[in-house]
Design a protein around this ligand. Structure first.
Ligand code: MG
Length: 225
């Protein structure tokens, strides 16, 4: 299945390959948990690209045998990097050249399941990669962003601002993330990279309306089912 995203002000489409995610990349978010620890290297996990939902889509907690598997679905608004060309072992200086554009997204998380997985030393795949866990807006091309080191984004829940982010506050900035991932994996055209959430995570309930914004360029509206 090919997942295609719209590109703002273009008739072309962006075909998604892998979805990488960086965890624990903002100090204020790390302090929302017990035993906060600043990572020395980026924390990396993946979501299946079939977990993507788009603007005006809805997120729901999976059900197994008629019962929801989690009671704690949470929001994480994040800037997304869209990779524009295949990239293996790129320097920090040249990293920006490999970006096609940016999007705004929600790394939707089953926090109770993640806490259980963390406590047992298990992978986070169920908590982070379930179907509909990956909300992604249209893509804005790189040239529309004036200052790559301070991109601002936000999340409103039911018209209240609950998260505000500025990429200048990242522990690992955009160039460092691309440099790191390109040395350990391989980045290819179509990859998306979620870059971490600032503080403001919260439990979501059926009927909640989420509106994520990337500067004044893009909006992503998602409903909780
Ligand atoms: Mg996240």
């Amino acid at each position: 299945m090919i997942i295609e995203l719209d590109i703002k002000s273009s008739s072309k489409k962006f075909s998604v390959n892998n979805v990488f995610c960086i965890g624990k990349n903002y100090v204020d978010h790390i302090h929302e948990f017990a035993n906060p620890e600043i990572p020395k290297e980026p924390v990396v996990f993946l979501k299946p690209n079939t977990s993507i939902i788009k603007n005006n889509g809805s997120v729901s907690v999976p059900e197994l045998e008629g019962k929801k598997i989690s009671n704690d679905l949470q929001n994480e608004v994040e800037l997304i990097i869209a990779i524009g060309k295949d990239t293996y072992k790129v320097s920090e200086e040249k990293a920006i050249d490999h970006i096609f554009g940016y999007a705004i997204g929600l790394d939707l998380t089953l926090r109770d399941i993640q806490a259980y997985e963390k406590s047992k030393g298990l992978p986070w795949t169920t908590a982070k990669g379930f179907y509909s866990s990956c909300a992604v807006s249209e893509i804005v091309e790189k040239r529309e962003i004036s200052n790559h080191s301070s991109i601002k984004f936000s999340l409103d829940k039911n018209n209240d601002r609950i998260q505000f982010g500025d990429t200048s506050l990242m522990i690992f900035n955009i160039s460092k993330i691309i440099h790191y991932l390109s040395h350990i994996f391989k980045l290819v055209e179509g990859d998306l990279i979620f870059t971490g959430t600032p503080k403001g995570i919260s439990t979501l309930y059926s009927g909640d309306k989420l509106c994520a914004k990337l500067e004044d360029l893009i909006e992503l509206n998602i409903t909780v089912e």
